[in-house]
Design a protein around this ligand. Structure first.
Ligand code: ZN
Length: 326
C-alpha cells in the first residue's frame, strides 16, 4: 500500500522523522495551514509512522498497523471533529478522548488522537482538553489541526509543537495542475487564487469555479459596471462579497500590469487583452481610486450596509470605465 503524504512538506516530514528516530516525539502537535494543504493527510501519515511495526517513517508499508491507520480502522488512532450541521466539536468528543487517553493502547504501541477542527472547540471543550495537555500520558500523542494558531487558546498553542505547512510556489502548483489534470489557463489562475493549496485548487476545479469566475468577469467587462453592479443586488451578502473579492484581484492585476508590465504573476493572465486595454485607458491614480472604493464597499457590505445603496455607489464610482469595457 502506498502511503499518502502531503506534497511539498519535505522539511516538516524530515523534522518529524528525526523526532521519531530519536524518540523525541512531542505529546501534542498543532498542524496549521489553510484549507486544502493536506493537514489530515499529514496527521494520518504521522500516526502510521507512530504505530508502524517495522519502524518505517513516512514510507509505504504493508504491516497491519500501517494498513489499519490508512484505512481509518486502527483502534488506537482516534479521529474527532465537528459533526455534520454542527458548529462546535461536541464536548462528548473531548470526554471520549479523555477516557481513551487514560487506558492502555488496544493493539498498537501508542495512542494517537487527531482533532480535525481544533478551532471549533468551545470554551468548555478547550478547558477540558487543556487539562489533558498539561499531563499527557507518555504513550499518547494529540494532533490538533487548524487553519491558524490565532484561532486557538494561547494556553493550548503554548503546550503544542507547531507544524506550519508551507504553500506550494505558484509556478510549481501550476505545473502540477497542468501535468496531472490537463489544465491550461485554469491551472495558472487556480495556482494563484488558492495561494498555493493543491487540495483547494482541485476542489475549486471540481465545482467549476473557473467557469463561474469567467462568467462573472465577462459580465463585468461586457455589460459595463453600472448594469453589472445593479445585477448583484439580488445576490446574497456572501455572494456579493465573493464577487467583490474577485473584482479586487482583477484591479490588483490591472495596477501590477500598468506599473510593471509583468504578466506571469497576474491572476487573470487569460484576460490580458482586457487588462491591456484598461491599462492604456486609466491612470494609476484612477485605478487606485477604484481599489479604494471597492475596498470600502466590501467593508460596508460585510458590516451589514444596505446592499442596494452600496451597489449604486459602486456603479457611479466605476462609471468612468464603461467605454473601454465594451
Ligand atoms: Zn508499517
Amino acid at each position: 500500500m502506498s502511503l499518502a503524504v502531503p506534497i511539498a512538506q519535505d522539511n516538516l516530514i524530515e523534522l518529524l522523522k528525526g523526532q521519531l528516530r530519536e524518540l523525541a516525539v512531542a505529546p501534542a502537535y498543532l498542524v496549521t495551514a489553510p484549507r486544502g494543504f493536506g493537514k489530515e493527510t499529514l496527521a494520518r501519515a504521522f500516526a502510521a509512522s507512530l504505530e508502524c511495526e517495522e519502524g518505517r517513517y513516512f514510507e509505504s508499508c504493508r504491516c497491519p498497523q500501517c494498513r489499519k491507520v490508512e484505512e481509518g480502522k486502527h483502534p488506537d488512532v482516534h479521529w474527532y471533529g465537528v459533526d455534520e450541521g454542527a458548529y462546535f466539536v461536541k464536548k462528548a468528543a473531548i470526554d471520549d478522548l479523555v477516557r481513551w487517553i487514560g487506558l492502555k493502547p488496544v493493539e498498537g504501541k501508542r495512542k494517537v488522537f487527531i482533532i480535525r477542527d481544533a478551532a471549533r472547540l468551545n470554551d468548555e471543550a478547550s478547558n477540558k482538553l487543556l487539562k489533558t495537555l498539561e499531563e499527557p500520558p507518555a504513550d499518547s500523542h494529540i494532533i490538533l489541526l487548524a487553519e491558524s494558531k490565532s484561532q486557538l487558546l494561547d494556553t493550548i498553542v503554548s503546550r503544542s509543537f507547531e507544524l506550519r505547512m508551507t504553500p506550494l510556489p505558484a509556478a510549481i502548483l501550476e505545473e502540477l495542475l497542468s501535468k496531472e489534470h490537463g489544465l491550461a489557463d485554469e491551472a495558472h489562475f487556480l495556482a494563484r487564487w488558492t495561494g498555493g493549496s493543491y487540495g483547494e485548487a482541485l476542489r475549486l476545479h471540481e465545482i467549476g469555479f473557473w467557469g463561474l469566475k469567467n462568467e462573472c468577469l465577462d459580465a463585468f467587462l461586457k455589460e459595463g459596471p453600472a448594469k453589472f453592479f445593479e445585477g448583484l443586488v439580488s445576490l446574497s451578502r456572501q455572494e456579493i462579497l465573493e464577487t467583490l473579492d474577485l473584482l479586487m484581484t482583477f484591479l490588483r492585476d490591472l495596477i501590477v500590469f500598468k506599473t510593471t508590465g509583468v504578466v506571469d504573476d497576474l491572476f487573470h493572465k487569460d484576460k490580458l487583452d482586457k487588462l491591456e486595454g484598461l491599462a492604456g485607458y486609466l491612470t494609476s491614480d484612477e485605478i487606485l481610486k477604484l481599489v479604494k472604493n471597492l475596498h470600502e464597499t466590501r467593508e460596508a457590505i460585510s458590516g451589514n450596509a444596505n446592499q442596494k445603496l452600496a451597489m449604486n455607489r459602486l456603479a457611479v464610482c466605476f462609471g468612468g470605465i464603461k467605454q473601454c469595457t465594451r
